[in-house]
Design a protein around this ligand. Structure first.
Ligand SMILES: [Zn+2]
Length: 527
């Protein structure tokens, strides 16, 4: 879509040249997603090269260093990698042992603190969710102490998507599991909600996982075993229960209650891990505000600089460039910073541009920043997170996660409306998008936040383009600079985000959660 020039002049986008800005943005993506950056795995030399580029671009845009060492905020991580030849998984019923093939059938969870040898009984508990607000407790009345819980992804249809996403997060589940005495977890995705086919996603089981090195205190030592099953192999673990995966899927897909039952099997696992340590930085730049009081408050633009690095070959390519994920978001925040400088835009509040590491390892860099910010934590008033917003077609409607949770929803609606772009809320709650990106780290510290995708209506060609992209390019080496992209759409998106950020930075009051929002419980005293 090309926005008519008069429209832009009438709007708050003076001097916009979407063709030029789209090209500038895409050339930044080209640098970040270059093969030389080697996929920007957290802790790698390729990531450091990309981090130095981001710091240099922040400096060029007139941002002040706002890390702990210049623009950098280094973080130490422990790294765990599976030694799969010395690992195994099986289902045991009496003296009958059925091997579960690592790769084709299942992937073992990998993190420090897991048992080397494990054996325990298993119980199927539906979605295995505990959502007090909706009187949902899938663990109630089940004997799961010392056992493995097996569950299917998704959740009951009556629960709002952001709330469901929150209670589906590893953190919330682990709290409930620890309380119930669960020692192991096996998840089965609903094929309907799988972004990536199993054959491709299973390659990632060999990737290293990470944890912040000094965070041992909040690990979950009680959960000592975990695996995810290929849905196509799920009947291997259900067979002894008299149930089939097809029967459970049919119930889930028609919104009916799921049964809970013992699986009459034990999981037996041997897991050998290789452990090491790395250091990798977040990159942070700051634009000071001009208002004597409000300049001590900060609006954050965040995106993740890391991606998957070098991994299993797909069509002969081993470099996971991460052009959309999330070269696109990093390029956007740099572009927004540069536009503010070029147009001499003055803002009352200060802006923070935060490029985080460790997102692909579980939002670790953003979590570290949100908990250890380089400005007083109560002074962060909002987070606008740009992660893989997928400008694959013209921008007509923006899907915004968190749009109905805080006053930021009105801010993004107003900015989009100026250029004739609609706003829709999350339409695929089963994909848990609200917790699957870095905004959630800020949400958990009480900060109102939004995340974005190019939206579409179901049944449209745009839906097909977006779904095909996930199937073929998401977390694949083909998410590189040789893919179709709507550069003008991305430029328009950048303008909408700039306008939203300006509005939030200049408003008399800081954003706040709406009274009915579940997430307002995370607000700390004094903010
Ligand atoms: Zn990703």
């Amino acid at each position: 879509m090309r926005v008519p020039a008069f429209f832009l002049i009438c709007s708050l986008l003076p001097g916009a040249d979407l063709v030029k800005e789209g090209n500038q943005w895409w050339s930044r993506v080209g640098v970040i997603a270059d093969d030389k950056m080697e996929g920007r795995n957290t802790g790698s030399e390729g990531y450091m090269r990309a981090a130095r580029y981001v710091a240099a671009e922040m400096e060029r845009a007139g941002l002040r260093p706002a890390g702990t060492t210049g623009y950098f905020q280094p973080i130490k991580f422990t790294v765990s990698q599976i030694d799969e030849t010395n690992s195994s998984l099986a289902v045991v019923k009496g003296d009958q042992v059925t091997p579960i093939a690592l790769g084709p059938d299942a992937a073992l969870n990998v993190r420090a603190g897991l048992a080397q040898k494990f054996e325990a009984e298993a119980v199927f508990c539906g979605y295995c969710l505990v959502i007090p607000e909706y009187n949902i407790d899938d663990l109630a009345g089940l004997d799961v102490r010392g056992k493995v819980v097996v569950y299917i992804g998704g959740g009951p249809s009556g629960v709002p998507s952001e709330l469901r996403a929150h209670y589906s997060s590893g953190n919330e589940r682990n709290k409930a599991f620890a309380k119930a005495g669960v020692v192991g977890i096996v998840t089965i995705a609903n094929p309907k909600s799988m972004d990536i086919p199993w054959e491709r996603s299973t390659l990632s089981r060999l990737n290293a996982t990470m944890a912040v090195a000094d965070s041992a205190g909040d690990a979950q030592p009680k959960i000592v075993f975990g695996a995810r099953m290929n849905p196509a192999s799920a009947d291997k673990i259900l067979a002894a229960s008299g149930h089939t995966f097809g029967e459970i899927l049919a119930l889930a897909d028609s919104g009916k209650d799921l049964p809970h039952f013992p699986l009459n099997i034990k999981f037996r696992a041997t897991e050998t891990l290789k452990l090491s340590e790395v250091e990798s930085p977040n990159v942070i730049g700051m634009l000071p505000g001009t208002d004597p009081k409000l300049k001590d408050e900060y609006v954050v633009f965040s995106a993740h600089l890391d991606h998957l690095g070098i991994g299993g070959a797909i069509k002969g390519d081993t470099i996971y460039n991460g052009a959309m994920d999330d070269g696109s978001g990093i390029a956007s925040i740099l572009q927004i910073a540069q536009m503010i400088k070029d147009q001499k835009i003055r803002l009352k509040r200060s802006l923070l541009f935060v490029a985080v590491c460790g997102e692909e390892k579980g939002e670790l860099g953003s979590k570290f920043y949100a908990v250890n910010p380089t400005v007083p934590s109560s002074s962060i008033v909002a987070d606008l997170n740009l992660d893989m917003y997928l400008p694959l077609f013209p921008l007509k409607v923006l899907e915004v996660q968190g749009v109905n949770e805080s006053t930021l929803g009105d801010d993004i609606r107003a900015a989009a409306k100026k250029v004739g772009v609609g706003v829709q809320s999350d339409k695929e709650p089963d994909r848990n998008l609200f917790i699957r990106s870095d905004q959630y780290s800020f949400v958990q510290e009480g900060v109102p936040a939004l995340a974005f995708k190019f939206g579409y209506d179901s049944g449209t060609p745009e839906e097909k383009i977006a779904k095909d992209w996930l199937r073929d390019r998401y977390h694949a080496p083909s998410d590189d600079v040789n893919q179709p992209v709507d550069k003008e759409g991305a430029a328009l998106f950048n303008r909408i985000l700039l306008d939203t950020g300006m509005h939030v930075a200049n408003a008399p009051d800081r954003p706040h959660w709406l009274p009915a929002s579940f997430f307002k419980r995370f607000v700390k005293n004094g903010s």
